[in-house]
Design a protein around this ligand. Structure first.
Ligand code: SF4
Ligand code: SF4
Length: 208
């Protein structure tokens, strides 16, 4: 029997152009069953619903979706992909939507605070957070975690790891990574983050 051909709207075609989206992903085969929303931890705690995101994609509602703050609520846990009967993956599609949104000037307030990841990646080869930022994240969890982060050198010593540089890469590897990232214009990306950060801060000050 001839395989049913399901049409892709222009928005779906645009999403498929992204190298992260494999040809066989079932975006246009989504049957709106809702398994993704049922297994999604973000849906449990917010208005975000991957099934709804898929519905808008199928309807070609590109602009609504790129301006929708919900696309910033996914945790990238990929439970949706495991449960989808159509080999779809709302979690990875969200990454593409976020990038498209940023290109069109939406959502920068969600990402400017992560500039340090880029700087860390360029300078140390590892995109990790500073101690102060890590403490901020962990504040939302139990106090015990904050204590662990504050006392990380002792914790690492107990684990027989070097407390000064537990994950430091060899200099040669760091230099190679830096070179590759500079060729990929990481410095321009960092400048863009700085520019947007300044703009957002200015807006906040004006609103005060
Ligand atoms: S689980 Fe898959 S088929 Fe079902 S709504 Fe979600 S994406 Fe669509
Ligand atoms: S990857 Fe995102 S959309 Fe999928 S289940 Fe996890 S949080 Fe939900």
């Amino acid at each position: 029997m001839e395989k049913e051909k399901i049409k892709k709207n222009d928005f779906i075609k645009e999403i498929f152009k992204d190298p992260r989206i494999p040809e066989e992903l079932g975006i246009n085969r989504c049957i709106q069953c809702g398994n993704c929303s049922a297994s999604c931890p973000a849906a449990r705690h917010s208005s975000y619903r991957p099934r709804k995101i898929m519905q808008e994609i199928l309807l070609g509602a590109r602009n609504n979706l790129l301006e929708n703050e919900d696309i910033w609520l996914c945790y990238s846990c990929f439970s949706c992909n495991l449960r989808c009967p159509r080999n779809n993956n709302p979690g990875v599609i969200i990454h593409v939507l976020r990038q498209l949104a940023l290109k069109e000037g939406h959502g920068w307030e969600k990402v400017v605070k992560f500039k340090f990841y880029l700087e860390s990646l360029r300078d140390s080869g590892i995109g990790w957070s500073t101690k102060a930022q890590t403490i901020e994240y962990f504040k939302e969890l139990e106090n015990d975690w904050v204590e662990i982060i504050k006392n990380m050198p002792e914790v690492l010593k107990e684990l027989s790891m070097n407390p000064n540089s537990p994950r430091e890469l060899p200099k040669e590897a760091r230099d190679q990574i830096k070179k590759i990232l500079e060729l990929a214009n990481i410095n321009e990306d960092i400048s863009e983050f700085e520019e947007k950060e300044e703009k957002i801060q200015k807006q906040k000050n004006e609103e005060k």
